[in-house]
Structures are given as C-alpha cells and as structure tokens.
Design a binder for this molecule. Structure first.
Ligand code: 6PG
Length: 247
C-alpha cells in the first residue's frame, strides 16, 4: 500500500492491485468496528462496477476476517428498479457480498427501487433517521463508500443536478442525465456527516477528474464529487495506479 499524501484529515492511498484495495477497505471497516463497541456499525455502499470486484474478493477470501454480524448495510443511492433487476445496486451488493457472507436480513436496509420514487425518498429518509446514529442531529454513517463517475458524479448526484447535493433533505430523487432513469440518492448533508468517507475510484478514465478534485482546481467545482468534504471525520481516497496517474 503506497501512501501518497495526507492533507488535514484527507488521505490518498494508492493500491497496486485489487487485493490491496480490498485489504485497505477491510482495514477501515476493522478500525470502525474497534472504535464502536456499543452498537453495530453502519456502512452505506455505492453501486456501479468498481466495488463489485472488491466485494467478490472480500466474500471469497476475507469472510472470516471481520465480525460481519456487527455491520448494518445501507445504500448511498439506488436505481428506481426492482431488486432483481440487473441495474439494481442492491442486487449487485447482495449477490457479490451479502449472500456469500450470510448477512442476516435484519442487518440489511435497502432502498426500495420498486416503490414510487417520491414515496421511497421519504421512507428511506425516515429509515436512516431511525436506524443510523445521529451526530449534529443528522444520520452519521460510520462508513460511507462512494464511487465516482467519469463526469465527476457521486452517489446519484450528477453535474446537471448538482444543487441536489445541498438539499436540506437527507434523500432526493435524481434523474440519470443520459438514460433518464430515476434514482434515489443520499444528499451532501448525510454524505458529509459520515465518520469515514471512502472514495473508491479506479481506472485511467477517471484520472483527470481525480487530479482536478484532489488539486482543488477551479474546474473541479462543477463535479458533485468535489463537494464531498470530511466535515465530521476522515476522507480517504482509495485509488489504483491508473486513477492516481495524474497526481
Ligand atoms: C451508481 C453508483 C455511482 C457509481 C459511479 C461509478 O449507482 O452507479 O452509486 O455513483 O459509484 O457511477 O461507477 P463505476 O464503479 O461503475 O465506474
């Protein structure tokens, strides 16, 4: 694990391969489990293809490494589709991680993509306010795993709807700019209130946006991912050599 730089509470970890990425991610979960003794930890997961490899490695080789029974699983965003649709973030996480680890139903709090989006936005908002530890009277996830698109979106907050990031709500209904697919997404109020935020970003195609954001260029302000700050804890960028190649 190559440690590039630490700015304030921001860390940038560049892994040489997927195994090392998985081990970095697990170390963060392990630390969270050690820091929190009186309850389960809460982790909000992102969708997309990047975390899928990570989850499969963890489920295959690291199932015994952690007390997974002490982890409650949530989502940072979800596509408004049924849970058995290949587009579903729940389906991806369930098949690559939750089922192989035998996670109990009572530890899984999915966004119901099959429900009317405006209704589910309110439902999930109520759910996280009830099930997630509050800090500053806002749900405070112990770990927030975020991905980043090549356009600098994160969760389901896209550049053409960047105002959703600063919504007063904990959840909003977003629309994918190309597919017009509706999404439910957590907003910046919750993302930035997390104890530990992890940006898991790999691949050359994202290297320029990663560099712009980490170097805080003026250009980067248009990217929703640039609005993610470590107001309440740590912000860790888990990168690979390709995505870190312009740093
Ligand atoms: C989603 C994700 C989204 C994802 C990025 C990166 O629902 O698609 O939550 O924010 O993290 O689009 O996706 P990849 O890992 O597939 O590049």
């Amino acid at each position: 694990m190559e440690f590039i730089a630490s700015y304030k509470l921001r860390k940038i970890l560049v892994s040489k391969n997927k195994i090392e990425l998985a081990e970095n991610f697990l170390e963060i979960i392990e630390e969270s489990l050690l820091n929190v003794k009186d309850r389960n930890i809460t982790i909000a997961l992102s969708g997309g293809s990047t975390p899928k490899d990570l989850f499969q490695i963890i489920a295959k080789d690291y199932s015994a490494k952690l007390d997974w029974n002490r982890v409650n699983f949530f989502w940072g965003d979800e596509r408004c589709v049924s849970p058995n649709n290949d587009e579903s973030n729940y389906k991806m996480v369930n098949e690559s991680l939750l089922k192989p680890l035998n996670i109990a139903e009572e530890n899984i709090f999915r966004i119901k993509g099959e429900v009317n989006p405006d209704e589910e936005k309110n439902n999930y908002q109520k759910l996280i306010a009830e099930k997630v530890y509050l800090e500053n009277n806002i749900p405070c996830f112990d770990i927030m795993l975020l991905g980043m698109g090549e356009d600098g979106h994160t969760a389901s907050i896209f550049p053409n709807q960047i105002e959703l990031f600063n919504s007063n709500n904990y959840c909003e209904v977003a629309v994918h700019p190309d597919s017009d697919q509706k999404r439910i997404t957590l907003t910046g109020r919750v993302l930035n209130n997390s104890k530990v935020i992890i940006f898991l970003v790999t691949g050359k195609s994202k290297s320029s946006v990663v560099a712009e954001i980490l170097k805080k260029s003026d250009e980067s302000k248009k990217y929703p991912a640039s609005l993610v700050k470590n107001e309440n804890g740590k912000l860790i960028w888990l990168l690979d050599k390709d995505s870190a190649s312009l740093l």
